[in-house]
Design a binder for this molecule. Structure first.
Ligand code: SAM
Ligand code: DTB
Ligand code: SF4
Length: 346
């Protein structure tokens, strides 16, 4: 069976359609994904965000992939909430290196009353540098969501991580529904949602299909969709898991692009382990954002030096949001559909 994507915005994907996309010959899948990508975005521009861990380790959740869980015995130096001036200097540095969004991550199940107001100050400080702000703080109550909205938070990152069916294999201290509840209240408050998952945790292809269905069938697609490749950390339960086949990773990016044609898809953690060729295929398949900077949260990112060489080699610029020729604007309601009829013929 072949499957022809139309590039329209849909929220009613079913598993057989998504499996059919994965089953396409790779060239047909890439051609469809790239055609949709090119119709909605400048294909040679990506967005770059820089990450900072503002509170590290001793997290009460037991996520099987995470270096920061108090349930695992990892070689990690815990750190309480960073001081505001440290956050400001890291954000300034990120801006001087070209990042337009600064993402702050905290190892919390949910923010506590003492620290949350300090995070609000950090968001205000980042915004005053004329950068977009993003935070990832775990689960939120509605009052916290309102406060984030009031200080002008641009993006809230909250990953679904994996399929509902596989979820309990990875995390036992919260449910998939807990994640959906926070995402819904963030979206209802009008804050941009950043939500995706992790590949390479031992999940099957049907779990990757199911995760993408959860994301694409939300009433509004996440504005940003990070696709992480597991960074294996010694001492975590998932250390030693079988690595995902690089072409299966590329396929997942392509299917995400087709299912969420107007979302920015981020080639997220794990790039250090990827070849330049694999990253280039991901950009062709529809990835158009990366984390830029020497560190992710607690692990090394691919070096800025390597990234600069790679972007230059691929002819990629890092001005996605600012590129005047870019046809996609987040305010636009309708996707641009693939123009070429042959693009839909497989
Ligand atoms: N504690 C908050 C939460 O879990 O939502 C925010 C921080 S948490 C580190 C943010 C996300 O980082 C996780 O949801 C997961 O998707 C990703 N992540 C954490 N450890 C990772 C790893 N070893 N490899 C890839 N992604 C990882
Ligand atoms: C996301 O999807 N990936 C980022 C960010 N959102 C917060 C985190 C990646 C963490 C990688 C492992 C680490 O450095 O601890
Ligand atoms: Fe805690 Fe987030 Fe790590 Fe899970 S992913 S252990 S919630 S920091």
């Amino acid at each position: 069976m072949t499957f022809q994507a139309t590039g329209e915005l849909r929220h009613n994907w079913d598993i057989s359609e998504v499996q059919a996309l994965f089953d396409l010959p790779l060239n047909d899948l890439l051609f469809q994904a790239h055609t949709i990508h090119r119709a909605n975005f400048d294909p040679n521009s990506i967005q770059i965000s820089t990450l900072l861990s503002i509170k590290t380790g001793k997290c009460s959740e037991d996520c099987g992939y995470c270096s920061q869980s108090a349930h695992h015995n990892t070689d990690l130096e815990p750190e309480s909430l960073l001081a505001l001036d440290k956050v400001i200097s890291a954000a300034r540095q990120a801006k001087s290196e070209g990042a337009d969004r600064f993402c702050m991550g905290a190892a919390w199940s949910r923010p506590n009353k003492r620290d949350f107001p300090k995070v609000l100050e950090m968001i205000k400080a980042v915004k005053s540098l004329d950068m977009e702000s993003c935070v990832t703080l775990g689960m939120l109550d509605t009052e916290q969501v309102q406060q984030l909205k009031e200080v002008g938070l641009d993006y809230y990152n909250h990953n679904l991580d994996t399929s509902p069916e596989f979820y309990a294999n990875v995390i036992s201290t919260r449910t998939f529904q807990d994640r959906l509840d926070t995402l819904n209240s963030v979206q209802e408050a009008g804050i941009n949602v950043c939500s995706g998952g992790i590949l390479g945790m031992g999940e099957a292809r049907k779990d990757r299909c199911s995760l993408l269905i959860q994301l694409a069938n939300m009433s509004k697609h996440p504005d940003s969709v990070p696709i992480n490749m597991l960074v294996q950390v010694e001492g975590t339960p998932l250390f030693g898991a079988d690595a995902i086949d690089p072409l299966e990773f590329v396929r997942t990016v392509a299917v995400a692009r087709i299912m969420m044609p107007m979302s920015v898809v981020r080639l997220s953690a794990g790039r250090e382990e990827m070849s330049d060729e694999m990253q280039a295929m991901c950009f062709f398949a529809g990835a158009n954002s990366v984390f830029y900077g020497e560190r992710l949260l607690t692990t090394d990112n691919t070096s800025t030096n390597r990234d600069q060489k790679l972007f230059e080699n691929l002819g990629i610029n890092t001005q996605l949001e600012k590129n005047k020729d870019c046809k996609n604007k987040s305010s636009r309601q309708q996707p641009v559909q693939a123009q070429s009829t042959s693009a839909n013929i497989v």
